[in-house]
Design a protein. Sequence first.
Length: 423
Amino acid sequence: MYLYQRGTFLGLSMLCMAAANAATPTYNPVGVQQNVAVQTVTDGGWSECYKETFDKNGKSIEEISTACGGKQLMMACRATGTNSLQVLAQAPKIDVMTDTGTAFAITHQANGVAWYFNSSYSWGFAAEGQAVSRSSCDTQNSSGEGSATRMCVHTNQGNLSGGWRCGGATGLNESSAFERVFYTANVTSPDPVPSVSVSNVADRSLTVTWTAASDNGSPITKYTVTGVPGGSCTTEIVAPATEPATSCTITGLTNGTPYKFTVVATNAIGDSAPSPESAEAIPLADVMFVGAGPNITLAGGVVAAAYSQPLQLTGGLPPYTFSVTGELPPGLALDTATGIISGTPTTTGTYSFSVMAMDSAVQPTLAAKAVHVAEQTFTIVITAAPVVQATPTPVPALGGVGMLLLSGVVAGSIGFMRRRKSS
């Protein structure tokens, strides 16, 4: 026994060194697999860290855990000496070795597999969703549907204790015809998301898009977006997709407030470091003219009378820039900086024209400075100046004295005229 244990210890030491140097795996099966070539596993980045026939007893679980030192653990079994694994499953080692106690049917779900473990009862797995009957090993479905996707080994006081099943082959406690084989891999949490961008910046909302992170051997299950000073979203795997989305829209933001965003990727091992920050983005309400509609009729003007009419806007980020298309009333002009139409009209008529307004919002990821634009049709009616009529001056009425004097003057004038005529 001493020689066996000493030889085993040396073997485990060599395997532990191999495990420490294991690469990130490229073979990452989800769920229980059947009839997999050993070369598929080893070429896929896994290192063998433990192997014994089912009849062997007394191997320390702690020694096995040390030898299988990677973050990912694969349990497999096969007919002794063959190059094909009859059944296998893998998950983060913390899940494979989660203590489920000695309850009859309790399992721990991870990576599409129903795991169970207790250092003094049994250790094994079944396909996710399948019931187990631990007594102490899983005796459920010794034949028939589901029988081939199970593996179980007895444990006792921290050691393996023989048998019991490899797929549909059961009662292997004394069997050297089957062997259990464990593999390890240095699966880690994902690399950081390399880049993040912001688009579709609008009224209290925007869209964050990022480049997928490297999963380092364990599929990414979730991305979490966090904004400063606020705003967040999460993407997870939604069937039939096999990966979470790499963009999401965030709403409920505060217009006029600058935001930056980072993204964290998550796999079965854990979270990545945060990504680099996105460029700054400022959500803003759309630019609109006050009273916007098919047409806005502005205050009318009068020929030769001074005119001034401001165009009013809401939304966007002031200051605004204005431009006009069409015919303004002669004598009037649009101030492109203030949006005021002013001048002195010279010609009557009804004039329709279009004004474009752009705000000064700057999104660093966009080439154009102005990203909010509003266009509106306006009408101004110019009328002629009113004609001023001359008012006659009234003759004041004469009183009695005035009439006597006037009569005297008239009579004197007539007498004078007669005398000249007779002479």
